[in-house]
Design a protein around this ligand. Structure first.
Ligand code: PEP
Length: 257
């Protein structure tokens, strides 16, 4: 059955893989992955490996696979030591940018306001933001999950008109499930994804809410990918650790949807 929203399988490599390791990954990945028309694969290597990833995808002529950056700064250029801009990413053929990942929020102190500037800049540049939202364990235990996510969405999308949100993707990533081996239950995922979709219906409109893709991330592995993809309102997966192994990620991308 064809889904109404094309699923996305996104790989967040974090600070793993050199250029050489990136090339080796793609050789095995493309050696085993069928070219699917009904799903999209997005790989987010570190900045230093983006060009190599782009070259490999081009060499294998794969339209079904795109590259993403794991972050960006919102200014086009300037005295911002250590930062990378959107024109720099566009020059490398980057189409997606992960924003507001919990590691950026909690390790590097990224704020909701900083994320909002970035979402705006990415949308204006015509790239697709993958905006990460999610609650900490203490927030879930205090039954504040919806509130936290509502605040993150409102802050990140503040002052953006609906027509700027074309291409926006949301990734629901409970902080307590990232890299921990703990996966949110099917009920928890279904509830939060439905909440996010209804948030867009209330704050924008029902057409946008129906079209927006909402990915789940947090300890996705081969043994749970298909089950999570079967949950209502799940339009794809954002995979960290399990995406580093080409063989395992091929199987995740190839899961029954
Ligand atoms: C992530 O980094 O976005 C993530 C979900 O990591 P993991 O799959 O390793 O939990």
């Amino acid at each position: 059955m064809l889904r109404k929203r094309q699923p996305i399988f996104a790989a967040n490599w974090k600070m793993y893989k050199t250029i050489q390791e990136t090339r080796a990954f793609f050789a095995s990945f493309f050696g085993a992955l069928s070219e699917y028309a009904d799903r999209k694969t997005v790989i987010a290597p570190p900045f230093t490996a983006l060009a190599a990833a782009r070259e490999e995808i081009g060499a294998f002529k794969r339209q079904d696979v795109s590259i993403a950056a794991q972050n960006v700064f919102f200014e086009e250029q300037g005295a911002y030591t250590g930062e990378v801009s959107l024109p720099m990413l566009q020059e490398l053929g980057v189409e997606f940018v992960i924003l507001g990942h919990s590691e950026r929020r909690h390790i590097f102190g990224e704020t909701d306001m900083g994320v909002a500037f970035k979402v705006r800049a990415v949308c204006e540049a015509g790239l697709c933001p993958i905006l990460c939202v999610g609650e900490r364990l203490s927030e879930r235990e205090a039954e504040r999950t919806n509130m936290v996510i509502g605040i993150q969405l409102a802050a990140a999308l503040a002052a953006l008109p609906e027509n700027a949100l074309h291409g926006l993707i949301i990734a629901y990533e409970p902080v307590w499930a990232i890299g921990t081996g703990k996966v949110a239950s099917a009920e928890q995922i279904a509830q939060v994804h439905a909440f996010i979709r209804s948030w867009f219906a209330v704050h924008f409109n029902s057409a946008l809410a129906e079209n927006i893709r909402i990915l789940y991330g947090g300890s996705v592995k081969l043994n749970n990918a298909a089950q999570i993809m079967g949950i209502a309102d799940v339009d794809g997966l954002l995979v960290g650790g399990a995406s580093l192994d080409a063989g395992e990620f091929v199987k995740i991308v190839s899961c029954e949807i």
